[in-house]
Design a protein around this ligand. Structure first.
Ligand code: ADP
Length: 192
């Protein structure tokens, strides 16, 4: 089982790269952002709960997010593993993911690959995406900046969790999509 954590700030290219990796390694992408947006669209109770946080560019509480992830894993078993995109976003979530993988499959995170992109470029990319993505949180620059602020306040520290486990690789997230995919695959192939 190959469990890849794709890590990095909003707009760093996790979703784009996950599409290529899922096919190559037969590991489906699990994007907690997509799962929340699906729930929003379906107007579920979970969607309602997440909406205010998402609209303000804040993180949804850990427990809500983790329960949603667990349910998704149970409904989508895959012996090859998964690509985690957007989870973990806090140290608590990182600790939880270790427990979940151990309890459910007797496995661990195989590697965490972090895409590094300069903040101003992130803002530009997200504003550009906002023209077509239909995502309310991509249109307003102050919400985008708030998401980046949340990333530094709560998410960036997750790096320490994986560095301590020797499972942390940083990759330059600026360049062509193909070049970045090649670098990601090289890092992942090293742990296969
Ligand atoms: P981004 O482009 O900011 O990486 P995502 O699609 O991954 O966006 O997430 C969108 C929103 O969903 C986040 O701003 C946050 O409100 C919520 N969200 C997604 N994943 C998590 C998580 N692991 N923990 C808490 N909130 C989350």
């Amino acid at each position: 089982m190959l469990n890849i954590v794709l890590f990095g700030p909003p707009g760093c290219g996790k979703g784009t790269q996950a599409q290529f990796l899922e096919e190559k390694y037969q590991t489906p992408q699990i994007s907690t952002g997509d799962l929340f947006r699906f729930n929003l669209k379906q107007e579920t109770e979970l969607g309602q709960l997440a909406k205010t946080f998402m609209d303000n560019g804040q993180l949804v509480p850990d427990e809500v997010t983790t329960n949603m992830l667990c349910e998704h894993l149970d409904n989508h078993p895959n012996p090859h593993g998964y690509i985690f995109d957007g989870y973990p976003r806090t140290t608590t979530q990182a600790q939880k993911l270790d427990v979940i993988l151990a309890e459910k499959y007797n496995k661990e995170v195989s590697i965490t690959v972090a895409l590094v992109v300069d903040d101003e470029l992130l803002v530009q990319r997200l504003l550009e995406r906002g023209k077509t993505s239909g995502r309310a949180d991509d249109v307003d620059e102050s919400i985008i900046r708030n998401r980046i602020k949340e990333y530094y306040a709560k998410t960036a520290a997750v790096a320490e969790h994986y560095k301590a486990q020797g499972k942390w690789v940083e990759i330059d997230g600026v360049g062509t999509i193909e070049d970045i995919t090649a670098k990601l695959c090289a890092a992942i192939n090293d742990v296969l």
